[in-house]
Design a protein. Sequence first.
Lengths: 515, 166
Amino acid sequence: MSTFELLANGLVAALQWQNLVYALIGVTLGTAVGVLPGIGPALTVALLLPVTYKLDPAGSLIMFAGIYYGGMYGGSTTSILLNTPGESASIVTALEGNKMARKGRGGPALATAAIGSFVAGLIATLGLAFIAPFVVRFALSFGPADYFALMVLAFVTVSAAFGDSALRGLTALFIGLGLGLIGIDLQSGQTRLAFGIMDLLDGIEVTTLAVALFAIGETLKTASDRDQVAAQVMAVKGSVWMTIEDWKRSWASWLRGTFIGFPIGAMPAGGADVASFLSYSAEKSFAKKPEEFGHGAIEGVAGPEAANNASAAGTLVPLLTLGLPTTATAAIMLAGFQQFGLQPGPLLFANNANLVWALIASLLVANFMLLVLNLPLIGLWVKLLTIPKPWLYGGILVFATLGTLGANGAMSMGIGPVRISFELVLLLAFGVLGYVLRRFGYPIAPVVVGLILGPMAEQQLRRALAISQGDPAILFHSPISLVLYAVAIVAVGLPFILRMRGQGKLLGQLATDED
Amino acid sequence: MTTGSSSPQRRPDGAALVIAAILAGIALVIFWQTSQMRVPPVQQRMGPTVFPYVVASGLLLLAGGTIISALRNGFPARSKDDYRPIFWVVGGLVGQILLLSTAGFSIATGVLFAFTAKAFGRGPLWKTIPIGVVFAFIVWFIFAKGLQLSLPTGVLERLLTTGSAF
């Protein structure tokens, strides 16, 4: 069947009322949680994962995808009105968007962000639909050694290529890899690093780690920050609608953002934050009025917002076709697939074609829903920003522990007569880890990606070594793997050289533009 | 206030050295535990010990890198954090863990909610704990009854849903 037919079949499935309801729940929750400062899409998906154990697989995956897209939309609202980005990909949006809001142009800023996200989401989702079959065909020829090389590349791009320190990125990755070792080794049945604790035999749950690092770590970091400024929510004054001039200035930025963001997400060359940074600097150089940058240039909102949504859709290319998560959210979505016994990758397209295409089609549907949710209903979401911090973070911790208990609430440990939940103890320990990582400038995403991708990389490595009877030279036999290693070396080397030549320019700009 | 000041003679970053030591410690634990595993000789080169050794070696190298970074003050400047709120949040989590099996979800989680609010400066506890318990009960009701999530049940939950405390 051609891609068109597959996509059309998918649309028929996506438009069934149950799936529409799942998509609507997903985008609504995603937007709501994306708007809340301090909660990004990764945490939202992680929190909701345990809730969906009993739902049907297609429906809950559609819901997750809706949450992912919704979180990307919602994050921009926070950046524009609060100057506290809801997620890292929205940092750039805060630069120009908040300046616009302060000038009373919050409405058009929100509108260009929402419409830009829509345009980008639409084009990028179609891009996903048309590229995926090609990647799948290509990936079917991959051997274990090639997969291993691909995962090494993903490790490198997630941890070392961008961000301000390769050392700290790699350290975070190796912490995740180390955690991934814990438990029974599936190939030999041997127990590793469980220290005699029964609960550790199944390994560390990705959701527990993600919820702890994102929710509890973030809460601890925010609470301990002495210079908490009571962030001011900008009221949306005047019209939400964009003027003709706004449209004229935005449309090219949306398209540029899309074409920057989608390949970056798909390649995998870093997350949505990288895409939005690159788009911002592209807009700055293309702008007709560059002097407006730093004072609320609409292009600086339109481009990066389109870029981060396009890159979110792009991330789904390696996730669905290769089973390769390249962001924390994708890693948790992978855990979501696994919870239903599904393994993303080329075989998923062969064995579960209906489900995959329904999922892709429902992304298009979700995108339309989000446009409706975000433009006319923006006032509703803005109210969420006014929740006082004590209640907000109290609520976040309630849901964090609820999700963990729901997934694995066995009271399996005892202190004297009191039975306690080992999973919650882990949650607390990883929460403190999350705080320490944040405090010392370590990135969080590589830990999560390392935990889920580490065991998969190990499996491929051992398969490759089994084929060659232990000769490591097999890892460098195929041209595909050699190319992948070469790209990985460039990905580490290039930013390193750029850094040596006077600190990444983009980060420098960010520092000077902030007040 | 910051450790990353630009004066030429800087002291090495002590906290970063501690991180390096912890990383090295983890690496050694993985080495030691893996060396204790009994692996059939066929699996020596591709068995369950290969990857742990790779990870442990990586951690050891990164510990070395962290030492260098600490000596060169390569870590970003840190703000002086206030540790009291951290104790409140951690205290709330510990309280919830200890109370769950005896007091049930709502009361235990209400304590967590109130302690977290306290960390962000909202009190007093005798007001916020009841608010938290009510909130946690509503959440418990939606998720345990509506979505069939298995959550620990205590006296309060039984009393309010079945009318009897036992």
